[in-house]
Design a protein around this ligand. Structure first.
Ligand SMILES: *Cc1c(COP(=O)(O)O)cnc(C)c1O
Length: 352
């Protein structure tokens, strides 16, 4: 090994889902929304002459629109390049006590990657056999708490009682609730911001707003926490949000009817898929998100994953203990889900 090689930071990166290119693919593997973004986003004329200039470092238009949308003040909103950027900034800003932070053992697999990257000690708290969070695991002294609600990849939502319980036992550290999927079901912790100034709620435009490619995420919390996030951001890169993203984000927020309609379609399809999967013998937690985490009692998930891929249907398979028995299936359009269920029926009959 050359001496300079010892200076290189070694990290084990997060592995995102496959992004196959081409046509005729049914893509149910990265929880993208199958419907287009709001019509106003689709038709927005972007003023390219403006690209000569740096973007507004405060992303003021988007922050104002988000604050109004959620009934918060502007100093309670922080925006970033997808919620991955926002969550990474939160880890960097809030988890500095030296004590281990806590998150579930089965959860968004970026949390341990950021903890490693920023050298934050962490402990994974096991879910129960039904894949539910156990509030008691988060009572002991720690360096902070982070979990998604609904959780990924299980889709299970924690109820308000559990969220309050965790907040009550963690008044001295920062608690981050990652609400990437909250628009599809579950109860938001947003109303609790008034009571807990150590709470941060993170959301994204990637799933419910069909804008994964635009990269918009945001955090909401007390002005003290948002100020701290801004200070870290301005110490790192003042211009995270680009000019088109800011304008496109504002447009999306202005069409509440389209937003509601799209979510309702996905939820209706999800409930139909649950019935079909049950009829085929699959078991799965009762998902409140835009995906279902399903296991077949006889056919290994790895085999179903590969067989589906042969047919140009992509679902997510995690080659990790316990969850390797499951497929995470994103809810697509009705036609896509019919094709997927049809594939499963064929696969199951061909094996029996
Ligand atoms: C998708 C997802 C994110 C990140 O989404 P962005 O595209 O970076 O906004 C964050 N947390 C969870 C739990 C997710 O599933």
């Amino acid at each position: 090994m050359k001496k300079w090689e010892t200076c290189i930071r070694r990290v084990e990166p997060y592995t995102p889902g496959e992004q196959p290119q081409g046509t005729g693919i049914i893509k149910l593997n990265t929880n993208e929304n199958p419907y287009p973004p709001a019509p106003g986003v689709m038709s927005l004329k972007l003023n390219a002459a403006r690209y000569r200039l740096y973007p507004d470092p405060t992303a003021g238009d988007l922050v104002r629109e988000l604050a109004a949308y959620h009934g918060l003040s502007e100093d309670q909103v922080f925006v970033g390049v997808g919620s991955d950027d926002v969550l990474a900034m939160c880890f960097l800003t809030f988890f500095n006590s030296g004590l281990p932070i806590c998150f579930p053992d089965i959860t968004y697999s970026f949390y341990d990657v950021w903890a490693e990257l920023f050298r934050i000690p962490y402990e994974r708290k096991p879910l129960n056999d039904a894949f539910e969070l156990k509030a008691g695991d988060y009572y002991a002294e720690n360096g902070g708490v982070v979990f998604p609600n609904p959780n990924a990849p299980t889709g299970i939502a924690a109820d308000m009682g559990m969220i309050r319980d965790i907040l009550e036992h963690n008044r001295d550290v920062i608690v981050i609730i990652d609400e990437a999927y909250i628009d599809f079901g579950g109860e938001s912790a947003l109303p609790l911001l008034e009571e807990y100034e150590n709470l941060i709620v993170v959301r994204t435009f990637s799933k419910s707003r069909s804008m994964a490619g635009v990269r918009i995420g945001y955090a909401m919390g007390s002005s003290t926490l948002i100020r701290a996030l801004l200070d870290v951001k301005y110490s790192y890169n003042s211009y995270t949000m680009n000019t088109p993203s800011i304008a496109l984000g504002v447009e999306s927020l202005r069409d509440e009817a389209y937003f509601r309609e799209t979510i309702e379609k996905i939820v209706t399809t999800r409930e139909w898929v649950k019935k079909e999967l049950s009829a085929l013998g699959f078991t799965f937690p009762d998902s409140r998100a835009n995906f279902i985490f399903a296991s077949h009692p006889e056919i290994p998930a790895s085999e179903l994953y590969r067989a589906a891929k042969e047919k140009n249907i992509y679902v997510r398979y995690f080659d990790k203990p316990v969850i390797d028995r499951y497929l995470r299936i994103t809810i697509g359009t009705d036609d896509e889900m019919k094709a997927f269920i049809h594939f499963l029926k064929d696969e199951i009959t061909s094996r029996s």
